[in-house]
Design a protein around this ligand. Structure first.
Ligand SMILES: NC(=O)c1ccc[n+]([C@@H]2O[C@H](COP(=O)([O-])OP(=O)(O)OC[C@H]3O[C@@H](n4cnc5c(N)ncnc54)[C@H](O)[C@@H]3O)[C@@H](O)[C@H]2O)c1
Ligand SMILES: O=C(O)[C@H](O)COP(=O)(O)O
Length: 393
């Protein structure tokens, strides 16, 4: 049996080459896909076909995917945490330097001297020297960077800024133990966004766009920021109230807004540097994300293992020779395991391995039974109230 995988964005060949063509068909035009492989393609109005088993996002943000609706159908959504983190970190550092040294306008100025004013030779030299004072900037050491969200990207940014001589504050009420270990001990963790904003010259956002982070940088919060400070947004546009930022740039309260999510108003504003969603667009990040997404997806399709899903728990179980594996998605409610094992016992099947994990409203079970299973077993499992999906892997 082969699995049909539909790609909805260009995926690095380094990832696609890992797909064994005797097991996987891959293409852009697949009418009944078993899996989708994508980057930022918007799935919010996508009509989910009954054939679909999984969605793999080669990247970090999954706000382009209706993850809860997918969970309700027993479709895990995978992402690739950390795979593009270095690429974003480098762009954030570049963004700080662009803003601090006014590089964007400075480069425009010199280009205009030649392209618009047609200056050359001595005249060009004179105007270069005469004009440069307008772009004098400031240096990073001694300035304070506030990092909101200390995940894969936030930790790298915090550590890099710290090694550039900046004072770094971090805010993340749900920082993981792994990230806390990676964070430089000189980074000071604060307990509120307000504390961070009031004490920073730059703030940088590294949180997902979810209900709780929508409009996190609001007009009220911007008002509490230090005069002349800079906002860097390489997370998602909706996390910042851009109209409020523009008002603060116009009043002179903020120095610059550097972001990766251009809007009509922002793109033409003189104090906004809007990049075309370039955070993860390096060959290294594209390769890393594609490899990780493909590996996670194939492990799920071939073995039922779930790693780095944003809507189902991690469930990984080695294969035991001579067994048949069942993968079962169910609602997270009492007595599901008891009912599943009762059906297996009724069918005279001996369980060799069993793992069940819950996450929020849903749970996932991998069970290896000795020998072969009859085709009607799946129907008996699906008949249990609360079972969403079951398949023989
Ligand atoms: N510009 C780009 O191309 C680009 C590339 C990669 C990621 N991103 C964006 O960056 C986001 C973060 O990526 P990541 O890889 O670091 O993800 P991550 O999951 O490793 O880290 C996110 C962190 O945010 C924290 N967090 C969540 N809500 C918070 C809140 N209200 N306040 C403070 N912290 C909060 C979490 O605890 C977590 O530690 C992604 O969701 C994506 O939207 C953008
Ligand atoms: O969330 C992410 O990983 C980034 O926004 C990258 O998106 P992209 O893969 O569409 O460049």
């Amino acid at each position: 049996m082969t699995f049909a995988i539909q790609t909805l964005n260009a995926i690095s060949p380094l990832g696609l080459e890992r797909l064994d063509r005797s097991r996987f068909d891959v293409g852009t035009d697949i009418p009944e896909p078993r899996a989708l492989l994508l980057r930022s393609a918007d799935l919010h109005s996508y009509e989910v076909p009954p054939s679909l088993y999984a969605v793999a996002r080669a990247g970090a943000g999954t706000n382009n995917i209706p993850v809860d609706a997918m969970a309700a159908r027993g479709i895990p959504v995978f992402n690739t945490p950390g795979a593009n983190a270095n690429a974003v970190k480098e762009l954030v550092i570049a963004g700080m330097l662009l803003a601090a040294r006014n590089l964007y306008h400075a480069a425009d100025y010199t280009k205009n001297l030649v392209a618009e004013q047609h200056l050359s030779g001595k005249e060009l030299d004179q105007q270069v020297e005469a004009g440069k004072k307008a772009f004098a900037g400031f240096e990073l050491p001694g300035r304070t960077l506030g990092v909101i969200g200390l995940g894969a990207i936030g930790v790298l940014v915090a550590n890099a800024a710290q090694s550039l001589g900046m004072k770094v504050l971090g805010y993340d009420p749900a920082i993981t133990v792994e990230r806390a270990w990676q964070l430089s001990p000189s980074v000071e963790q604060v307990t509120s966004v307000e504390e961070l904003l009031a004490s920073s010259d730059f703030i940088t956002l590294h949180v997902p766009l979810i209900e709780a982070t929508q409009g996190l940088v609001s007009a009220e919060r911007i008002a509490t920021m230090r005069p002349g400070s800079v906002i860097l947004n390489f997370a998602r546009g909706g996390i910042v109230d851009e109209a409020a930022v523009i008002a603060a740039l116009d009043s002179g309260h903020l120095h610059a807004y550097v972001n990766d999510f251009p809007t009509e108003a922002g793109s033409i504003h003189p104090k906004v540097i809007a990049l075309p969603h370039l955070g993860a667009s390096t060959s290294e990040a594209e390769d890393n994300c594609a490899v990780m997404a493909v590996d996670q997806l194939t492990d799920f399709l071939l073995h039922g293992n779930i790693r780095n899903s944003v809507n189902f728990p991690t469930v990984v179980m080695g294969r035991t020779p001579g067994t048949t594996r069942l993968a079962i998605f169910n609602e997270n409610k009492p007595n599901m395991i008891g009912q599943i094992t009762a059906v297996l016992a009724e069918a005279g099947l001996n369980v060799a391995e069993f793992t069940n994990r819950a996450r929020g409203d849903y749970a996932y079970t991998l069970v290896d039974v000795e020998g072969q299973v009859e085709d009607d077993l799946k129907a008996s499992i699906l008949a249990i109230d609360g079972i969403i999906r079951a398949r023989k892997v």
